[in-house]
Design a protein around this ligand. Structure first.
Ligand code: ZN
Length: 166
């Protein structure tokens, strides 16, 4: 399989180098530390606004992509707070504002992350907004690889990161 002339399309596995900054210019994440990000295009492995902007790009191409909150981690919801009784936590748990805590959603059984917003006498106020909710994201992206996805990857809905080495 020769990926040289491929462009980013559904059912391709894409590798990007990127940096991610917020409105104030602060870079909060980049591929410098962890290496390029690899994912199956069209499978919602990455945020929708970023995925949509990559279609048609080829290896070596670079782009600045601005993603508004509705196509990233959602708008900030001031009502997405919950008061959790202190006894829901271990007695010796050291609870501090800003700390991330994982909960299991009783209905879906899925893990949800929340952040301690405030410690009150009658419980702990947890903010369930994603920490990037309400943020516009500024990506600087360079495509460094595009290859056809393997049948198993399409079936699983995600890239097998080392599949191209096998
Ligand atoms: Zn898999």
């Amino acid at each position: 399989m020769n990926g040289k002339n491929l462009v980013v399309a559904d059912n391709t596995v894409v590798r990007i180098e990127y940096s991610l900054a917020l409105n104030d210019g602060d870079v909060i994440d980049s591929s410098v530390e962890d290496g390029p990000l690899e994912f199956l295009q069209g499978a919602n492995e990455i945020i929708p606004g970023l995925e949509a902007a990559l279609y048609g790009m080829s290896v070596g191409e670079q782009k600045n992509i601005v993603v508004t909150p509705d196509l990233a981690y959602g708008e900030y919801n001031p009502e997405d707070y919950q008061l959790v009784p202190r006894d829901a936590f271990e007695d010796d748990a050291e609870l501090e504002p800003g700390m991330a805590i994982e909960f299991v959603d009783e209905e879906s059984g899925e893990a949800v992350e929340g952040f301690i917003s405030e410690i009150q006498p009658d419980g702990i106020v947890i903010d369930f907004n994603h920490w990037l909710a309400g943020e516009t994201l500024y990506f600087d992206v360079k495509v460094v690889g595009v290859r056809p996805a393997l049948p198993e990857e399409i079936e699983h809905g995600h890239a097998h990161v080392d599949a191209h080495d096998a």
